[in-house]
Every structure is written in structure tokens, then in C-alpha cells.
Design a protein around this ligand. Structure first.
Ligand code: ADP
Ligand code: MG
Length: 357
């Protein structure tokens, strides 16, 4: 049984870890963040920061001994480490979720198996193939034009190659020591995401769909309400809920979807964590995705979700942060500076949420 005011351990000290720590503070829950980055932005928001590589057993033990429950802000922590921490302290969501979702191939297989078992929800993925060597691309020529994605460790479009035809393959300098999936590139009409929080009593709270705009495969803008049909709204929520149930998930997670020209809904990927598209929930809902995550993993009271405002969030990438740091904002604008010490191209440095009054 979880203590009333547990100390929460968070693995990962980026902006998501920071926002989780901020939400925990509001609930009087202390946080200790474990990060491999000496400049982890979460140091500005958590109660204690432990800096260590994620595979240093002694430090991992020290971290686990100091906390009552463990959660994480990103999905790519080695499964063995999560499993080990799980032997020392409760860890939510449970590491087996990561084992499935860390790899795009096992993730897609899981989605397909769920789809088969629940036909009526019409869960779909885009067509894809497993690519272990160059010749596998030629064997899957029917998937071109396609997007080649590393099975593991990709995010924000990193580790992805757009391949229009087989002649292009040699020019792309693809490292075939890694495994990939090749996905058929579909013409996207829209992208949406669903954020769902599942609690230990199996109850799910689901936010309204976010409509997402990507630039260079990085999320640029998220908006509620999403401009979609009622049918897609409901289907997307039902599918995300089912996926959370099938994963036996506890906490907040996200399902990203594609919508094509014919209004087909495809599950793109599952993020077993709080998600960038849900940052606007901090200002637009009575309870944010972050607070909900803390409530779920710490087994606190479940508060019915209520949307208070329509809203829009834009990500502030790279050098753009400098302008924002000097700007003044109106009362419906909320600027979040992740306080990252180094500005890098394509790096998410902050975001701005505008609520519609
Ligand atoms: P990441 O893990 O980097 O977020 P995604 O698979 O979500 O990887 O891809 C990033 C973005 O690239 C998507 O949000 C979408 O805009 C575009 N994209 C990815 N796969 C496809 C596809 N099969 N067809 C069309 N666009 C795609
Ligand atoms: Mg994505």
C-alpha cells in the first residue's frame, strides 16, 4: 500500500520530469529525480537530483532506497534497469509496458494483436515491414514511398529516413547494424493524440483529442478542440482506453494517431508517459496530465476531468527561446521556460500555451 505522502522517484530530468515534479509539489509530494545529465532542467523543479548513468547499480540502489514509488519521464530506460528497480520499489507504469513500446516492431505487433482481439474498435496501423538488412527494403518495395524508422531509441523524427524509391537507399547512409521498420508513407489529413490516465482501480480519465501539427517531424503546435468528426473523436478515445487496459497501464499515457484523406484512423505510436501534445492541459483543464499521472501512480483521489478553456500550445524550439525570454505576455498566455542551459537546434526549449477566453 502506498503511503499518504510518498516520496516519488522520477527517472529522467528533462522538461517532462520537471513538469511532473511541479505537479507533485502542488500535491505535497516530494520528488527525487534520477538523471544522467548534469544540467538536467528538473534540478530547478524537484526536491533532489541524483546524477548518474542509468546502468550504475550502486547509484540506482541509492535512488530506489530514498523513494517510495518510482515512475519515469521517458520510455527508453533500459528494460533491465527498470526491472531491477522494480524489485526494490513499486514502479509505475510497470516495466513490461516499456518492453513492448520501446521497440517500434513489438509495439506495432501489440497494436495489431489488440486490433484482432477487438475487431469492432477498428484499430489500424499503417502497413509496415521489419527491416534487418538492406535487401529487406527491396523485398518491401510496395511500402515505398515510405519512412524507415529505427526500432529503438528514436524520437522527434530522429533515426528516420524518408525513402521515395529503391534507388535512394544507397544515398542515405543507413546504418544496417540497427533494425528498422519501414512504414508506408501516408498522406496525412490530420494528426491527433489522446492522453489517457488509468488508475489502479481500472478507472480511466481521458482528455479530449489534441490536434497536432508537426514541422520536420517535430511537434510544433497542439490545439483543442480538434477539428474532427464525432465518430473519430469517440473511436480515438475508445481505442486509447482499450490500449491502456491491454497494457494494464497505471499512470498517464498517450496514443498518437494519423487521419488520412478518407478519414481512416491509424494508431501511429504509444508513448508510455506524459506527452508534449498534452502540455496545454496545465492551463486548459481542472487537472493536468501531469497531476493525473501523479494521482494515478501515488494512488491519490481521482478527480473528474473538466475542460475549462479551449487552448493552443506552441513549442519553442532552439534559438527562438531567446525572444520569448524577453517578451511580455497577456493574461491568457502562459510561457514555460524549461531552463535548459544549452540552446541546441531542434531542441525543445519551452512552450507557450494560449487559452481562448
Ligand atoms: P517520433 O517517435 O519521432 O515521434 P513518429 O513515428 O511519431 O516518430 O513520426 C514523427 C512524425 O513523422 C509523425 O508525427 C508524422 O508527422 C510523420 N510520420 C511518421 N510516420 C509517418 C507515416 N507512415 N506516414 C506519414 N507521415 C508519417
Ligand atoms: Mg511521434
Amino acid at each position: 500500500m502506498v503511503k499518504e505522502n510518498p516520496i516519488l522517484g522520477i527517472i529522467g530530468g528533462g522538461q517532462l520530469g520537471s513538469m511532473l515534479a511541479t505537479a507533485a509539489k502542488k500535491l505535497n509530494i516530494k520528488t527525487i529525480v534520477l538523471s544522467d545529465d548534469t544540467e538536467a532542467p528538473a534540478k530547478n523543479f524537484c526536491d533532489e537530483l541524483i546524477i548518474s548513468d542509468y546502468n550504475k547499480v550502486k547509484n540506482i540502489e541509492e535512488f530506489a532506497n530514498k523513494v517510495d514509488i518510482v515512475t519515469f519521464e521517458f520510455e527508453n530506460i533500459p528494460f533491465k534497469i527498470l526491472e531491477y528497480i522494480g524489485k526494490l520499489k513499486p514502479i509505475l507504469p510497470k516495466p513490461t509496458v516499456n518492453k513492448i513500446v520501446q521497440n517500434r516492431f513489438t509495439e506495432k505487433k501489440f497494436i495489431q494483436n489488440t486490433a484482432r482481439a477487438f475487431n469492432e474498435l477498428e484499430i489500424k496501423t499503417v502497413d509496415y515491414g521489419l527491416i534487418k538488412e538492406k535487401s529487406d527494403i527491396l523485398k518491401n518495395e510496395g511500402l515505398l514511398p515510405g519512412i524507415l524508422k529505427t526500432c529503438t531509441l528514436g524520437y522527434d523524427g530522429k533515426g528516420q529516413f524518408i525513402i521515395n524509391n529503391t534507388e535512394e537507399v544507397d544515398k542515405l547512409e543507413i546504418d544496417f547494424d540497427k533494425e528498422y521498420i519501414l512504414e508506408k508513407k501516408i498522406i496525412l489529413k490530420k494528426e491527433i493524440s489522446i492522453i489517457v490516465t488509468r488508475f489502479s482501480n481500472n478507472e480511466c480519465l481521458i482528455f479530449d483529442p489534441f490536434e497536432n501539427y508537426h514541422v520536420n517531424q517535430i511537434l510544433n503546435r497542439s490545439v483543442i478542440p480538434a477539428d474532427i468528426t464525432k465518430d473519430i473523436f469517440i473511436k480515438a478515445q475508445q481505442q486509447a482506453k482499450l490500449i491502456a487496459e491491454k497494457l494494464d497501464y497505471i499512470g498517464t499515457m498517450c496514443v498518437e494517431y494519423f487521419i488520412d484523406e478518407n478519414n481512416n484512423l491509424f494508431v501511429n505510436e504509444i508513448a508510455p508517459r506524459v506527452h508534449n501534445s498534452g502540455h496545454l492541459t496545465i492551463n486548459a483543464y481542472n487537472v493536468s496530465q501531469f497531476e493525473n499521472h501523479i494521482r494515478a501512480v501515488c494512488n491519490l483521489e481521482i478527480i473528474k476531468l473538466k475542460k475549462i478553456h479551449n487552448a493552443e500550445m506552441i513549442n519553442i524550439i532552439g534559438e527562438d527561446i531567446k525572444d520569448y525570454r524577453n517578451k511580455s505576455f497577456s493574461k491568457n498566455e502562459f510561457f514555460f521556460d524549461y531552463l535548459k542551459t544549452e540552446i541546441k537546434k531542434k531542441r525543445k526549449m519551452g512552450h507557450l500555451t494560449t487559452i481562448k477566453l
